[in-house]
Design a protein around this ligand. Sequence first.
Ligand SMILES: O=C(O)c1ccccc1NCC(=O)[C@H](O)[C@H](O)COP(=O)(O)O
Length: 259
Amino acid sequence: MNILDKIIQRKKEEVSFSKSNTSVSALKESEFFGRENFSLKESLKKRSGIIAEFKRQSPSKGIINDTVSPLEVVSAYEKLGASGISVLTDRDFFGGSSEDILNVRNSVNTPILRKDFMIDEYQFYEAKSIGADVILLIAACLSPQQVSEFTELSHELGLEVLLEIHTEEELKHIHKNIDLVGINNRNLKDFKVDLQHSVTLKNQLPKEILSVAESGIYNEEDFRYLKNEGFDGFLMGEYFMKHEDPGKKLAEFISNTGI
Ligand SMILES: O=C(O)c1ccccc1NCC(=O)[C@H](O)[C@H](O)COP(=O)(O)O
């Protein structure tokens, strides 16, 4: 079983447990349910294009940084130029939680991506109830039909959709209502990073769609290469988080790359 299969197996148990504890009606009572979202599509065009991630640990790297708080990091990301903020809410594999978004939502006006493994309608209501603006759909664990249905539900709830693909086959998951397409530079089966593969895939995307290069951007050269190839957004976690002050690292990166 590969890591994605393991994550999804565990996620099914987690969602089933959450459903038995908190109903969708209860989620709808959240103060965040009626709020209008901050648009990542709009924000990517205006600021650096970087979606800076709060990430404590990962299956590929183990512990990255477990000493900083979501509030200090996310506030610094906003202040220092991020177009969007990604927060990993998966507990078992990434050490995150819904509270990581709940605790920062009222302190920032930057779009927040709830980075998790979405497999059940319930999680979309949950994402809205914690104050997320954007959700991630991973083509590798969903059918094209599920992508279409989950996108419709997301839009009903006022959430934008970032669809993540990694293979040519997964181009079939893209349809006209998707807000953004992310191309994962990292193969989730063996964790190999291949930027060239992502560029090849990007060149096959519909021209009008906004594209995000995801994962494995480890230096300024990687970033410049992807930017020159026309990506609109750049999802970066480890590069900032492995620094004791992730916000400072983002500011240096923006300054050095001149974006
Ligand atoms: O990061 C992992 O090891 C990982 C493994 C399995 C599934 C997903 C994984 N990462 C989630 C992400 O989307 C990344 O955190 C994000 O793209 C940022 O990547 P990076 O800049 O390489 O930290």
